[in-house]
Design a protein around this ligand. Structure first.
Ligand SMILES: C[S@@+](CC[C@H](N)C(=O)[O-])C[C@H]1O[C@@H](n2cnc3c(N)ncnc32)[C@H](O)[C@@H]1O
Length: 323
């Protein structure tokens, strides 16, 4: 949080400090992130201003899609919190706050989610029809291009909206998974592990447990860019300056049966909602009974064993004082 302290511009006259968590889900990660951000801001105020300067009150806006379970989020709010809380439903790809109203905006593990599957990949008459796959990693070039174009367009919308909502001197912090530098979208290890779910689904189609049409029309709306591509996009927004850019590496974990179970549970937590929406609730148990075996098989392929690290991006950008 050093960057927050160093880069943030605070005024000793402001009485309210507004923070937004974009893609908050239902907690608890969002609460610990917000605490860390508030501690950094308080520290900054204490360091910058004489003891008579009052630390402003904190207003925290928790944002997610309309269908997010905000009631659960509100019930879980820490009782000892040092902020007023509000929920802001709606997609962060567009404007959700008034102009120049936000001091600090944060988004963790959310920007790789697309708001929708690119339409052309679900149309039978399209060259980009993604038949037999649920992601783009084993697909033809038009499918990959469609996912990639959708990501870049949505990311630009996101940055445009944030650059309008941030007050001059305010900060945007992004944490998101990325694919390894200098690799192709088709080489994204984590997406390959998601495609194993497609293998389990294909098995269920063969056994007439799911119709082929229904399976063919399902895609996971996720894309992993390279961190350098996100950096370029942020740099191309004339209202933002990059204050910190860090690539974080973690070892992939699919070695032990526990890793496989953990990986499977993680994928279930992430995708059960969209799977149920598309196929109905009945499918989940059967699909996730089959998934660990597919994941284990994948963990023994060279596609997985050659991977030494998974990449994440942490970036902080500042709203320039230009208007
Ligand atoms: C993997 S969860 C991450 C939750 C939390 N930030 C964390 O780090 O644990 C991603 C969240 O982002 C939300 N999300 C994805 N796209 C979004 C969008 N366009 N607008 C608002 N929320 C979005 C999802 O609904 C989901 O709750």
């Amino acid at each position: 949080m050093n960057t927050i302290e160093e880069a943030l511009e605070v005024s000793k006259h402001s009485q309210i400090f507004c923070i937004a968590d974009l893609g908050c889900a239902v907690g608890p990660n969002t609460f610990s992130c917000v605490n860390t951000l508030i501690e950094a801001v308080q520290h900054k105020y204490k360091k910058n201003h004489s003891s008579d300067a009052k630390i402003p009150e904190f207003q925290v806006f928790f944002n997610d899609h309309v269908k997010n379970d905000f009631n659960t989020l509100f019930k879980r709010l820490p009782s000892d919190r040092q902020y007023m809380a509000a929920g802001v439903p709606g997609s962060f790809r567009g404007r959700i706050f008034p102009k120049s109203s936000m001091n600090l905006m944060h988004s963790a593990f959310a920007l790789h989610w697309l708001t929708r599957v690119p339409q052309e990949v679900t149309r039978k008459d399209s060259p980009a029809w993604n038949k037999g796959n649920i992601t783009y990693v084993r697909s033809s070039a038009p499918v990959i291009d469609a996912f990639e174009a959708q990501f870049f367009s949505e990311m630009m919308d996101f940055l445009k909206a944030r650059s309008e909502e941030l007050a001059p001197g305010g900060l945007l912090a992004i944490f998101m998974p990325c694919r390894t530098e200098c690799t192709l979208p088709s080489e994204t290890t984590v997406i390959h592990s998601f495609e194993c779910l497609g293998d389990a689904l294909a098995e269920m189609v063969k056994e007439d447990l799911v119709t082929e049409d229904l399976a063919d029309s399902f895609n996971i709306p996720i894309f992993y860019p390279m961190a350098s591509e996100v950096k370029e996009l942020v740099s191309s927004n004339k209202h933002l300056s990059i204050e910190r850019f860090e690539e974080i590496y973690l070892p992939p974990r699919l070695k032990t049966p526990e890793d496989i179970q953990f990986g499977s549970a993680h994928v279930r937590a992430a995708f059960e909602g969209i799977l149920s929406e598309h196929f109905g609730h009945e499918i989940a148990d059967e699909l996730f009974n089959r998934y660990p075996e597919k994941l284990e098989k994948f963990s023994m392929t060279s596609e997985f064993t050659r991977v030494e690290k998974l990449e994440f991006l942490f970036m902080v950008a500042k709203r320039k004082d230009d208007c």
